[in-house]
Design a protein around this ligand. Structure first.
Ligand SMILES: NC(=O)c1ccc[n+]([C@@H]2O[C@H](COP(=O)([O-])OP(=O)(O)OC[C@H]3O[C@@H](n4cnc5c(N)ncnc54)[C@H](O)[C@@H]3O)[C@@H](O)[C@H]2O)c1
Length: 229
């Protein structure tokens, strides 16, 4: 599932980073960015862990996968650790992304400014609706689906976002793979099948909300009941 490259061992072989660690790396990076903005040059693992909202032992273990152990009594060099994490996450280069489906969600994603600071650039927009094709969203002209292959090849895009209705998701995934896309972020409420070598990450906001609703319900049911006299 992960798109990250693994660190190299001394013999040049790769070592995998657990998915849970991979998921926390952006959190550490955000915390380090905040420290850097405050002019902090080095930080103890406890300080960084607090900023990131994890326990220090977990943070030290996570960072050890990157070969970063900090210096006893000094802690981690903020700038170097930022570089190490960014490099591991492929953020030392910009990644062009194509969004397929530019309705409510696709349009909102294409307008989001926050991707650029993380090395992600929305480079192309594609839609099947002839009324949307040719319109401009966030300075990008929406292209028809049959141009997907040419766009991906020309822009050397490797990441695709599915923001179409669920019914179209598999067809779109197939088209993305055929076009040469090797990483897909799927917002549609449908599981898509892809060949080996293609990574898919699924974002389902409804499930996230349902999980929160479940916890809310448990909180409410564990509260002591007031018995009316
Ligand atoms: N809008 C949200 O807040 C939200 C939140 C979570 C998840 N989602 C999911 O994201 C997806 C998009 O939601 P939306 O609200 O933007 O829908 P939308 O109907 O506004 O937009 C969907 C777009 O996909 C295009 N499309 C349909 N079939 C296509 C195909 N085969 N190839 C290319 N383009 C195609 C349509 O023309 C349309 O422009 C849905 O699956 C939805 O469940 C949306």
């Amino acid at each position: 599932m992960t798109i990250l490259r693994s660190p190299r061992l001394a013999d040049g072989t790769a070592r995998g980073i657990p998915d849970a660690t991979v998921a926390r790396l952006p959190v550490y990076l955000r915390a380090l960015n905040a420290l850097a903005e405050q002019g902090v040059l080095s930080c103890a693992s406890g300080e960084l862990a607090e900023q990131a909202g994890v326990n220090p032992a977990k943070l030290r273990k996570d960072l050890s996968y990157l070969g970063s152990y900090g210096t006893r009594g000094v802690g981690y060099d903020v700038e170097y650790l930022r570089y190490q994490i960014a490099r591991e996450m492929g953020q030392t280069q910009d990644w062009d992304v194509v969004i397929v489906g530019v309705g409510n969600l696709g349009s909102a994603l294409s307008a989001y400014q926050g991707f650029s600071t993380r090395g992600i650039r929305v480079a192309a927009l594609v839609d099947a609706d002839p009324r949307r094709v040719g319109t401009t969203i966030s300075d990008i002209v929406v292209s028809p689906v049959d141009q997907l292959g040419a766009i991906v090849a020309e822009r050397r895009i490797s990441i695709g976002v599915i923001a179409t209705p669920g019914e179209a998701a598999q067809e779109v995934a197939d088209r993305l793979v055929e076009a040469g896309i090797t990483s897909i972020l799927n917002f549609a409420p449908a599981l898509v099948q892809v060949p080996d070598g293609v990574d898919v990450r699924k974002v389902d906001l409804s499930i996230e909300l349902q999980i929160l609703a479940y916890h809310e319900q448990r909180k409410t049911s564990s509260e002591p009941k007031v018995i009316e006299a």
